[in-house]
Design a protein around this ligand. Structure first.
Ligand code: PMP
Ligand code: GLN
Length: 392
């Protein structure tokens, strides 16, 4: 019998990352698409995971996470951001930030509630808003500056708006919201009594050009009670395959996450949790070093893309930069990415998948490139691009 996909999923396209990583594998292309590093995080953290596996940490962990990791997350929030948390009630370990996003939306959004996102937006947001029965409303960060427009934010809020799903440092643009932009978000949240879920998975991956560095929204006056913050070990410690994340914030919001999480995964991978605790406690300087190194790789990629006739955005954070491929005569980023995989053997990600149906035009000609790869891989990608005909 042919499987009938339920309507809550039928309208959601497959994730663009799987499609383009499969294309990279199939064509032997250099993958400057999906955001995963090609060098793993600190070996001391891997050793802790091996030890945990060998010493019997192999049965269910508590739903909120092992106490050592919850304490380490609380200490991380205090050390880096000055946020004090009770590890027993204000921290919940999740299976990556992806589960945090899913659980938060399922737990906090009523069918018909509007959820505001910054667009282009990470594709799991749209899928999970739809699965939660919510309605996506977007505030577009427009090329070439990709800054938050306070007027557009205010205009997007309506009587059904329940929640703002904020991502900074922002995938895919590399925008890091300034303190002033965050103050606008905070003012709108208070004025309309909105909850805010912040996706801060790139919190440590911020470069010199970010005016205020990464400022967690929860640290702004009046925000602590209405902000649920999400992060994970994946990006900052280069363990994207581990899928260990955390949700932090006021106890009622964290309890809401757990209420959904207990039925999604019940609990997250037990032996990885002590290892992640070790990363947070004993390798807390590691992400800063990674950020310095990433900035050099960003600059390598930016220079190469400029040499090809593109004008990449100088990202202030994350793994990514965005270019407008109309500069090479392409009106459609998807056609460009498919064409370049074929012609040059390099994969990048079209931004159509990060835009809703009503704003496809704003993203049609944009393409995201990842610089979380080794300099050799970036150079190989650039060499291949330089040897191919990239103009339409
Ligand atoms: N949010 C954003 C903005 C991301 O880029 C990613 C990519 N991994 C995630 C969430 C998911 O994080 P995790 O792998 O920890 O689930
Ligand atoms: N966050 C990464 C990206 O944006 C990958 C996540 C994924 O593949 N789902 O490329």
């Amino acid at each position: 019998m042919a499987a009938h996909l339920a309507s809550r999923l039928a309208g959601i396209p497959p994730t663009v990352f799987s499609e383009f990583s499969a294309l990279a594998v199939r064509t032997g292309a250099v993958n400057l698409g999906q955001g995963f590093p090609d060098v793993d995080g600190p070996s001391s953290v891997v050793e802790r995971a091996v030890e945990a596996l060998r010493s019997g940490a192999n049965q269910y962990a508590p739903g909120t996470g092992v106490p050592a990791l919850r304490r380490a997350v609380a200490a991380h929030q205090l050390r880096h951001h000055g946020i004090e948390l009770d590890p027993d009630t204000e921290v919940c370990v999740t299976t990556g930030a992806t589960e945090g996003i899913a659980a938060a939306l399922l737990a906090l959004v009523e069918p018909g509630d509007e959820v505001l996102v910054l667009e282009p937006s990470y594709d799991s947001y749209d899928a999970m808003i739809a699965m939660a029965g919510g309605v996506r409303r977007a505030v577009t960060l427009r090329a070439p500056a990709y800054r938050l427009d306070a007027g557009a934010l205010r205009a997007a809020v309506g009587p059904r708006t329940r929640l703002l799903l904020l991502n900074s440092p922002h995938n895919p643009t590399g925008t890091v919201l300034t303190r002033a932009e965050l103050a606008t978000v905070a003012a709108v949240a208070v004025e309309h009594d909105l909850l805010v879920v912040t996706d801060e998975v790139y919190e440590h991956l911020v470069f010199d050009g970010a005016a205020d560095g990464h400022v967690p929204l929860a640290t702004l006056p009046g925000m602590r009670e209405r902000v649920l913050s999400l992060s994970s070990v994946g990006k900052s410690w280069s363990f994207t395959g581990w899928k260990v994340g955390w949700a932090t914030g006021p106890a009622p919001l964290v309890a809401a996450v757990l209420a959904a999480k207990q039925w999604l995964t019940f609990t997250s991978g037990a032996p990885l949790q002590p290892a992640v605790a070790h990363a947070l406690e004993h390798e807390h300087a590691w992400p800063q070093e990674l950020a310095r190194d990433l900035q050099r790789r960003r600059d390598l990629l930016l220079a190469g893309l400029r040499g090809l006739g593109l004008e990449p955005r100088t990202s202030e954070g994350t793994y990514f930069t965005v270019t407008d491929v109309e500069q090479l005569g392409w009106a459609d980023g998807r056609a460009f990415c498919l064409g370049v995989a074929e012609r040059a053997g390099v994969v990048a990600i079209p931004l159509q998948g990060f835009h809703g149906p009503e704003s496809q035009d704003a993203g049609r000609h944009l393409v995201r490139w990842a610089f979380c790869k080794t300099p050799e891989v970036i150079e190989e990608g650039l060499d291949r691009l330089a040897r191919a005909t990239l103009t339409r």
